[in-house]
Design a binder for this molecule. Structure first.
Ligand code: ADP
Ligand code: MG
Length: 627
């Protein structure tokens, strides 16, 4: 039996197109061939289970091998095999709706996945690296004859009798000159590690021999013999395919180490398992957050029936969970279509919601089960939670229960607890509850202390996401506003009726203002004399909350060019009730007044970490003189 024929596609020759358009992803040919081999193996297993195959299943390991001299790569399976008719049906007739449409689609396709899935080109991806492809196969069906198919990458193929004696299929690729890089152990090993590590059927790569001790000879010398060792490259039952009740913490930790060998242990994990209304399994880990978390993004690996697809899970996992690690496996995610389609796909939306809900439930559970442990992990978890609160309405609903605020004493409060705590003392005359916060404990220490002196509580808001989180709190929490602790002098941070009266006369106030304006001599600082507690600092430099936020937004590129271009504008609050001011007024020489004023002002700058360079040097010199 020998037959020649033409592959029935309605375009001249698709192979040049395949080669030309799929160049970036050549390595996936191996994923396609190995997953076909796995499919064929699973099919024969199923047929055996159903009683439709009566032969011995035997060892069903899939084998990948290469021969550097012959320039071949071979993928062999002991799956269900194909008859000559099946080859014609499944391999030759590529079902294209039409040549024109095909070529059109090709032009728009951005990556190989898109094309391969859409047109069932899995097998043909072999021609990206091979100048000739051979199929040697024997079907499991009783009385089937072995068949051999060859094709040189044109639309011509040849089918003849084959010589395979046992059930299964060999796919032999005669590698082209441009692709000889694939005739390399490490290259192939690397590709298999990436795509085949968790395939559901054992996969063997090459043959590995090792010398082992084999007793001693007459002279008492050790004898050695060569044996073939097991070199299965995959774990065919990774933990996400198992039931959580069969797994221990150790199993999850070991799997994490296997996926991310260099990483610290994760904080906790979530085992995903749904089969309705879509199919999804997986394990998501909460990593310990490092500072360079941009770098840690894209760590979730996406699988489809245990075949690795991609680690670009952008549209499948909610943005705020992109920092998670782990594995998601779903045959229902349309892997082979364009991104814009993915975003509007209803399955993807459902998956997104499901993952969000699962993560929220897990956090709620952890919080309820052991609040102390949860608080200890808050530094790491907080980033996800805050990000989630800000960006996902669905998450925010649940997240209210387990979002924590941490104050400068290191105490934690839920949102409700915190409001109850500060309401009495920190409500201003407009009935607004004012939350105070510090972004830099070291720099803002003087202000934190002043606030504490008034029994105000101060929150720590020092993570990169906190400026957004603050805005979120203001919009979500009723009648609440947040102020950085250095937005004003403690006395005025929370405006109440009962302010101290200034001890100075109007004239004295005017004089003090003049002295300071002259001493400071800088447009960026506007001086105001106020009646504060004598306990407070004589001079305080602040930037008003609204102005500071605008400037911060402008710096982050928030498009607020107007505020960004504005010069810094600080308020210098002079505490008219402080004894030092009295001393300045009483100083005889104008020069002494200026010196004292400048000194007090510099001290205020120093407390803010704003005194640097020449000014700092001058300050030190002046201090020495004053002593
Ligand atoms: P898909 O895997 O999406 O069906 P492919 O182009 O990868 O598309 O394969 C086309 C068809 O060829 C498969 O559906 C299968 O029927 C057949 N086939 C490919 N490889 C094998 C194999 N190793 N054993 C048996 N059948 C195979
Ligand atoms: Mg396939």
């Amino acid at each position: 039996m020998q037959e020649k024929g033409t592959i029935s596609i309605h375009t001249e020759n698709i192979f040049p197109i395949i080669k030309k358009f799929l160049y970036s992803d050549h390595e996936i040919f191996l994923r396609e061939l190995v997953s076909n081999a796995v499919d064929a193996t699973q099919k024969i297993k199923r047929l055996a289970q159903l009683g439709q195959y009566h032969g011995e299943l035997g060892d069903v390991t899939v084998e990948v091998a290469f021969d550097k001299d012959k320039k071949t790569i071979t993928v062999s399976d002991k799956g269900l095999g194909m008859t000559a008719d099946e080859i014609k049906k499944y391999i030759n007739q590529i079902a294209f709706s039409g040549a024109t449409e095909f070529v059109e689609k090709f032009k728009e396709a951005k990556d190989a996945n898109e094309i391969i899935g859409k047109f069932g080109l899995g097998f043909y991806s072999a021609f990206m690296v091979a100048k000739q492809v051979e199929i040697n196969t024997l079907s499991y069906q009783e009385g089937a004859e072995a068949a051999r198919w060859t094709c040189d990458g044109s639309t011509e193929f040849e089918i003849s009798a084959g010589d395979r004696k046992t059930r299964g299929t060999d796919i032999i690729l005669h590698i082209n000159e441009d692709s000889e890089e694939f005739l390399d152990k490490w290259r192939l090993q690397g590709i298999l590690d990436k795509y085949a590590k968790f395939l559901p059927v054992p996969v063997k790569f090459g043959t590995k021999t090792e010398s082992i001790e084999d007793g001693v000879d007459d002279k008492g010398e050790k004898k050695w013999k060569s044996v073939e060792v097991d070199n299965i490259i995959n774990d065919s039952t990774p933990i996400w395919t198992k039931s959580p009740s069969d797994l221990k913490d150790e199993d999850y930790l070991n799997f994490y180490k296997e996926l991310y060998p260099m990483s610290e242990d994760p904080l906790f994990w979530i085992h995903l398992n749904v089969d309705y209304p879509f199919n999804l399994t997986g394990v998501l880990y909460f990593p310990k957050v490092k500072n360079d978390f941009e770098f840690q993004k894209s760590k979730i690996k996406l699988y489809s029936r245990q075949v690795f697809i991609t680690d670009e899970v952008k549209d499948i996992v909610p943005e705020f969970l992109m920092l998670l690690h782990g594995v998601i496996d779903s045959p229902d995610i349309p892997l082979n279509v364009s991104r814009s389609f993915l975003q509007s796909d209803s399955n993807v939306k459902k998956i997104n919601n499901y993952i969000t809900k699962k993560v929220a439930d897990k956090l709620a559970e952890l919080f309820k089960k052991d609040r102390k442990v949860y608080e200890e992990k808050w530094n790491d978890i907080g980033l996800f939670v805050k990000y989630g609160m800000i960006s996902e309405e669905k998450f925010a609903e649940k997240g209210k229960e387990f979002t924590l605020l941490k104050n400068t004493n290191g105490e934690f409060f839920t949102l409700t607890e915190y409001k109850d705590k500060v309401k009495a003392l920190q409500t201003d005359k407009n009935e607004q509850v004012v939350y105070l916060y510090a972004t830099d404990l070291a720099k803002q220490d003087a202000f934190v202390q002043s606030a504490n002196k008034k029994d105000y509580d101060v929150l720590q808001m020092d993570s990169p996401i906190d400026s957004h989180f603050i805005q979120h709190l203001e919009t979500k929490e009723e009648k609440t506003s947040l102020k950085r602790v250095d937005a004003d002098v403690a006395e005025k941070l929370i405006q109440k009726e009962d302010t101290y009266d200034s001890l100075l006369t109007e004239e004295q106030s005017k004089k003090v203002k003049e002295v300071f304006e002259k001493a400071i001599n800088n447009q960026a600082y506007s001086v105001e004399v106020e009646g504060l507690s004598p306990e407070e600092m004589p001079v305080t430099v602040t930037m008003e909350e609204f102005m500071r936020r605008m400037k911060e937004m402008a710096q982050m590129g928030g498009g607020m060019g107007f505020y960004g271009a504005m010069p810094d504008n600080y308020k210098v609050a002079i505490n008219g009730n402080h004894p030092l001011i009295d001393k300045i007024l009483k100083a005889e020489a104008e020069e002494d007044q200026a010196k004292l004023a400048k000194q007090a002002f510099d001290l205020a700058l120093l407390a803010q970490g704003m005194l640097t360079g020449k000014d700092l040097t001058a300050f030190v010199k002046r201090s020495v003189e004053l002593i």
